[in-house]
Design a protein around this ligand. Structure first.
Ligand SMILES: Nc1nc2c(ncn2[C@@H]2O[C@H](COP(=O)(O)O[C@H]3[C@@H](O)[C@H](n4cnc5c(=O)[nH]c(N)nc54)O[C@@H]3COP(=O)(O)O)[C@@H](O)[C@H]2O)c(=O)[nH]1
Length: 832
């Protein structure tokens, strides 16, 4: 049981007060009785003196009696008076004194009285009942009662003490001549007690009042100087606990309590300063901290917590937010387990963004291990998360387009195949390669090329469903994994998707200031129809894509088993071609072009030849597209130009007449911005005029590349080099278009020449081409002329020149040299 300080003070005070009161009463009673006794003794003496003096003046006892009786009365409490004289011996007893015979004490008293008269011993005696008896001498005449009174009053050793009768309070011994009788006075104890009681009551009240006042005063002083300051201290502590840290004690006294208050305030200042420092440290920590009471109310949060976790602090919602719910779950677990837990959380920020945190929630226990509060510490890991995301993006996503890269594509494909196996569905893999992308990249620059790739990736994403995966494999190659296909309609669905992709890619694009377009070639393989292995599925889609490309581009192809062999063949050619130049396997053949009217040589066409030890003679139509695809056409094309120029130079040096040689150009060479410069440099080095060379570009390539290659074509033309449109009539070029091109001649395609003297339509076409070209001041050459009829027709319609097996097959440099010499000889002979 605990008692307050107030109770602890009041109870002892009451006890001490009561003790004081009891002791005081006892002492008071004793003092009052003693006082009353002696006062009675004094009165008895005074009465005796008065009797003495009365006796001295008057001899009539009766008168004395009356006088004494009058004096005795009741007020003074004298219950009995007797006067006994020796000579004459008279005994007088007062009327109110009880008869001596009845009272044993009185008998005793009488003995003492007689003894007192005989021995001259007088005094005051306290009887056992409390009465006081006085034997006062009735003095002899002439004795000064004043003198006697002084002696009587002085105390002597009691001569008479009788336990049974009484106790002598004071005695005096007189010589026989000094007294002549005795005055006997008896004081009633009740009167003494009444007097004492009166004193006791009156003094007792004063005493109690005094004790009470002392207690009250003591309490008031104690309350003011101890209890009230302690109350202030307690109150201040409570307010401090409630967070009113600025509260201080208002104790102004100079005593120990004042000193205690000052020390307490100093301690609070020190705590406050320490708290402030701690708070500054806590607020500047890069960690969000919080403390929750066991009731779940926030007790403390630092600056970072209020900045980052406003979402958690928002209690206005009817339902807790996801982040709040997550916290509550962990807090509940920490309460139950009484151990700390660490987890990651994402918190919405005021600016609309999100931050990621690693948070540890820990229980706070008191000394006895009882749970008292919940603490939390959160570290901002947003940057780490972003870096991880960045790393993930770099590892799994294409930097430019944001599409899954080859690595993630591999994972997704594996996953798609597993799901398909489980669900009994099919997966389609589309391998997409852009046609003409390299042209955009080379001519408009890489920035535009990048924009194009981004645009294509967007279009691909829009062309497929969200569950399908679009990935970039690198360069201008993309893949699409199409999932959840049903076996019976997989082919139809994939054909639809491939067409959608093709059309989407082919629509014109505005890239920066340029409008351009590319097409796409799409190869398709199907799981499990073609294979169940992911790697094989990719290779098959890739092979199918090459087929689509070779079949004329802007098309899609399903993989077919036979394609594998073609693919391997293609790879073999590419591998061998890479070493062809080094191994001197390449050569140039020259096919003459003759004037149809005069039969004179007007030039020749350079035709590339490749003789490989493994593959044998490889036709240009087989290896040139591969060289174009893998980029080998650039060094090979340059080698052809150098070889042709060297040959021309040699023939000139040998005095052989070769007016001009035409070289076939691939679109890739055209897109090279430095191409025309390199050509001029080669010609300059060889000391040949620019019009010694002519470049043949097919009509299709002309149309496809004219946008990108225009500047290159113009530069070539301006330098004086001739430009011819090869395979003219197959590319649907319009006349107005032709007018704009910087060409010097057109070559009628062999298909029209084949029809001469067979198909009147072809004849009409050839006639029209010749007329039209001439109207534009272009020279017209017919290629593939094999018969005299064809030749004759061409001459009839004024086609300028003919090229074909009729006039001359493609020949090696040496053979053509001989051929030239032979012709020279013939001419000389004719001239003779
Ligand atoms: N970019 C480059 N392309 C080149 C180069 N060398 C050749 N080529 C291209 O290869 C295509 C095939 O050439 P080729 O197999 O040499 O065939 C040429 C002639 O041999 C052939 N020809 C010529 N006369 C006749 C004939 O009367 N009948 C007949 N059946 N064929 C004949 O025609 C080809 C020449 O065609 P063209 O170029 O259109 O004049 C070829 O198309 C070249 O483009 C090269 O170095 N670079």
């Amino acid at each position: 049981m605990t008692f307050s300080l107030r109770t602890k003070l009041i109870v002892p005070l009451l006890f001490i007060g009561a003790l004081f009161a009891v002791l005081g009463a006892w002492v008071l009673n004793w003092v009052a009785e003693d006082h009353m006794r002696w006062q009675s003794v004094e009165r008895s003496r005074l009465l005796a003196v008065a009797i003495n003096e009365t006796v001295e003046v008057m001899s009539e006892l009766q008168e004395i009696r009356f006088a004494v009786e009058d004096i005795v009365a009741s007020e003074e409490g004298i219950s009995g008076i007797s006067v006994v004289t020796r000579d004459p011996f008279v005994i007088w007893a007062s009327s109110i004194h009880p008869g001596v015979d009845d009272d044993h004490a009185s008998q005793q008293m009488l003995k003492v009285l007689m003894k007192s008269i005989e021995q001259g011993t007088f005094g005051h005696y306290l009887l056992p009942g409390g009465d006081i008896v006085t034997f006062y001498p009735l003095l002899s005449a002439g004795y000064n009662s004043q003198n006697y009174r002084d002696r009587f009053h002085s105390r002597v050793d009691p001569q008479v003490t009788d336990q049974a009768w009484g106790h002598a309070m004071a005695q005096v011994k007189l010589s026989p001549d000094e007294y002549r009788g005795v005055v006997y006075l008896r004081l009633d104890s009740s009167a003494i007690r009444a007097g004492a009681a009166d004193i006791f009551v009156r003094s007792g009240i004063i005493l109690i009042l005094a004790v009470f006042c002392i207690c009250v005063l003591g309490y008031a002083v104690f309350h003011r100087s101890v209890l009230r300051p302690i109350g202030h201290i307690s109150d201040t502590i409570q307010r401090q606990k409630a967070g009113e840290t600025a509260t201080r004690l208002a104790l102004n006294s100079d005593d120990e309590i004042g000193a205690l208050g000052a020390s307490f305030n100093n301690m609070l200042d020190a705590i406050s300063e320490r708290d402030q420092r701690l708070r500054t440290v806590v607020d500047n920590l890069p960690v969000a901290l919080s403390l929750k009471t066991k009731d779940g109310d926030y007790q403390l949060i630092n600056d970072k917590f209020s900045l980052w976790f406003s979402d958690l602090l928002d209690l206005t919602r009817s339902n807790p937010s996801e982040a709040q719910q997550l916290r509550l779950n962990y807090e509940t677990q920490v309460r139950l387990r009484q151990t700390d837990m660490t987890f990651e959380e994402t918190i919405a920020q005021v600016d609309g963004g999100y931050r990621h945190f690693t948070t540890t929630i820990f229980p706070l226990l008191d000394g006895s291990g009882k749970f008292t509060a919940l603490g939390s510490a959160s570290t901002d890991i947003s940057e780490r998360k972003a870096a991880e995301q960045e790393v993930r993006m770099l590892a799994y996503f294409d930097n430019l387009t944001g599409l899954p890269n080859r690595s993630l594509f591999g994972d997704r494909l594996q996953q798609a195949l597993k799901n398909a196996e489980r669900n009994g569905t099919c997966v389609g893999l589309l391998f997409i390669d852009l046609d003409g992308f390299k042209s955009v990249n080379d001519t408009l620059g890489h920035q535009i090329g990048d924009l194009l790739l981004e645009e294509v990736s967007l279009r691909l994403g829009q062309a497929v469903r969200s569950q399908d995966t679009v990935a970039r494999m690198g360069g201008d190659e993309f893949t699409v994994i199409v999932v959840d296909l049903q076996a019976d309609r997989a082919n139809d669905d994939l054909a639809l998707i491939a067409n959608k992709i093709r059309n989407s890619v082919a629509s014109p694009m505005i890239l920066g200031e340029h409008q351009t377009f590319v097409t796409s070639s799409v190869g398709i393989s199907i799981y499990p129809e073609n294979t169940v292995k992911a790697e094989e599925l990719i290779i098959q889609a890739d092979i199918a894509m090459y087929h689509a490309k070779n079949s004329g581009r802007d098309a899609f192809q399903f993989f077919q088993p036979g394609m594998n062999a073609e693919m391997h063949e293609r790879r073999r050619i590419e591998d061998q071609l890479r070493m062809a130049m080094e191994n001197h396997e390449l050569s140039v053949a020259y096919q003459p072009k003759v004037d149809t009217l005069t039969g004179e040589l007007i030039g020749a066409e350079a035709l590339l030849r490749w003789n490989n030890p493994l593959l044998g003679e490889v036709p240009p139509l087989k290896f040139i597209p591969i060289a174009e695809d893998c980029g080998l056409i650039i060094p090979i094309g340059e080698w052809v130009i150098e070889t042709v120029v060297d040959t021309l130079k040699l023939w000139r040096e040998q005095g052989l007449d070769m007016p001009r040689i035409a070289i076939n150009l691939s679109p890739r060479q055209l897109r090279d911005q430095a191409f025309s410069q390199r050509v001029q440099s080669i010609l300059n080095t060889a000391g040949l005029r620019p019009d010694s060379l002519e470049f043949e570009i097919t009509e299709g390539v002309f149309l496809q590349e004219v946008e990108h290659s225009q500047s290159s074509l113009y530069r070539l033309r301006e330098s004086g080099v001739g430009l011819a449109i090869d395979d003219f009539g197959t590319g649907f070029s319009s006349l107005s278009y032709l007018k704009k091109l910087p060409v010097s001649s057109v070559k009628i395609d062999k298909t029209f020449v084949d029809g001469l003297s067979v198909d009147p339509v072809d004849e009409d076409i050839v006639s029209a081409i010749v007329a039209m070209a001439h109207s534009m001041h272009l020279t017209v050459v017919a290629e593939g002329v094999e018969t005299q009829e064809q030749y004759d027709f061409l001459r009839k319609v004024h086609c300028d020149a003919a090229q074909g097996w009729l006039t001359g097959v493609p020949m090696s440099q040496a053979d053509l040299s001989d051929w030239l010499r032979q012709r020279e000889r013939h001419r000389e002979e004719r001239a003779k």
